[in-house]
Ligand binder design. Structure first.
Ligand SMILES: NC(=O)c1ccc[n+]([C@@H]2O[C@H](COP(=O)([O-])OP(=O)(O)OC[C@H]3O[C@@H](n4cnc5c(N)ncnc54)[C@H](O)[C@@H]3O)[C@@H](O)[C@H]2O)c1
Length: 248
C-alpha cells in the first residue's frame, strides 16, 4: 500500500513536463489526481494516461492559476468530484526571458502573475479548505534561479524568490492546522522549458553541475512524493534544492 493511498492531489501545470511526472508518481503511490492546466488538451491526455496506467481516479480541469476566479472554479469542481483535497502541488510556471533593460512591462507582469500570484491564488483557495479539514500538504515548485539569480531572468528569478517567502509565511500561518508547506528548488531539468538551451549553454552548464547531467522530471517527482507523504510530517517551511550539486 502506498503512503498516500486514496488521497486527493491537485497538480497545477500537470499536463506535461515536471507536473506530469508528479501526477504519475503520486498516482503510482495510490493518490487520485486532479490535473489542472491552462491547456485542456494536455490536462485531458495526462489524466487519461494516468487513469489507464495506475487505475486511479483522475479529473482533468482547465485552469489559469493567475486568475482567482478560475482557481476557485477548479477547486469547486474538484470538491464536486472528491470529498477532500489532501495535497496541493503548485507547479505551473512560465518563462519570458530577456535582459532587464529590454524586458517589456507585460513580460514582467505575466511571469509574476502565473508563477507567483498563481501560487498565492491556489494556496489561498485550497488552504481555506485544508484549514477546515485540519490536514494538508502543500508543495511549491520554486527554482534555484530564485536563490542565485540568472542573466535574462529577472522576472522569473523574482517570481521564484517570491515563492520562497510565500512558502515560509504560509508554513507559519498553517502550522497549527496540521498543514505542511514546503518548496522545492530544482536546478536544470530535462523538459520543454529547457529544450531550447543551445549546445554551448548546455556544455557550460554541465561544467557547473557536479553530477554532470541535467535532472529528470522523475527526480523532482520523487521529492514531491516525499513532501506529500507522512514521511515528511515534521518538515515545514523548507526549501529543498535538487540540482545535481550545482548550488553549494
Ligand atoms: N525545467 C526546469 O529546468 C525547471 C527548473 C526549475 C524549476 N522549474 C519549474 O518547474 C515547473 C514546471 O516546469 P516544466 O519545465 O515542467 O515546464 P513546462 O513548460 O514543460 O510545463 C508547464 C506546464 O504548466 C502549464 N501552465 C502554463 N501556464 C499556466 C497557467 N497560467 N495555469 C495553469 N497551467 C499553466 C503549461 O500548459 C504546462 O503544461 C515550473 O514552475 C518551472 O518554473 C523548471
Amino acid at each position: 500500500m502506498g503512503q498516500i493511498e486514496d488521497q486527493v492531489a491537485i497538480v497545477t501545470g500537470g499536463g506535461r513536463g515536471i507536473g506530469k511526472a508528479i501526477c504519475e508518481k503520486l498516482a503510482q503511490d495510490g493518490a487520485n489526481i486532479v490535473v489542472g492546466d491552462i491547456s485542456k488538451d494536455l490536462a485531458e491526455e495526462t489524466a487519461e494516461e494516468i487513469k489507464e496506467k495506475y487505475n486511479r481516479k483522475t479529473l482533468a480541469l482547465e485552469v489559469n492559476v493567475g486568475n482567482l476566479n478560475s482557481v476557485e472554479e477548479m477547486v469547486n469542481n474538484s470538491l464536486d468530484n472528491f470529498e477532500n483535497i489532501n495535497i496541493l502541488i503548485n507547479n505551473a510556471g512560465i518563462t519570458r526571458d530577456t535582459l532587464l533593460i529590454r524586458m517589456r512591462e507585460e513580460d514582467w507582469h505575466k511571469v509574476i502573475e502565473v508563477n507567483l500570484t498563481g501560487v498565492f491564488n491556489c494556496t489561498k483557495v485550497v488552504g481555506k479548505r485544508m484549514i477546515k479539514q485540519r490536514f494538508g500538504k502543500i508543495v511549491n515548485i520554486s527554482s534555484v534561479i530564485g536563490i542565485m539569480g540568472n542573466t535574462g531572468q529577472v522576472n522569473y528569478a523574482a517570481s521564484k524568490a517570491g515563492i520562497i517567502g510565500l512558502t515560509k509565511s504560509a508554513a507559519k500561518e498553517f502550522a497549527s492546522r496540521n498543514i505542511n508547506v514546503n518548496a522545492i528548488a530544482p536546478g536544470f531539468i530535462e523538459t520543454e522549458m529547457t529544450k531550447s538551451l543551445s549546445f554551448e549553454i548546455r556544455e557550460e552548464l554541465l561544467k557547473r553541475i557536479p553530477l554532470k547531467r541535467l535532472g529528470e522530471p522523475s527526480n523532482v517527482a520523487d521529492l514531491v512524493l516525499f513532501l506529500s507523504s507522512s514521511a515528511s510530517d515534521y518538515i515545514t517551511g523548507q526549501v529543498i534544492v535538487i540540482d545535481g550539486g550545482m548550488l553549494m
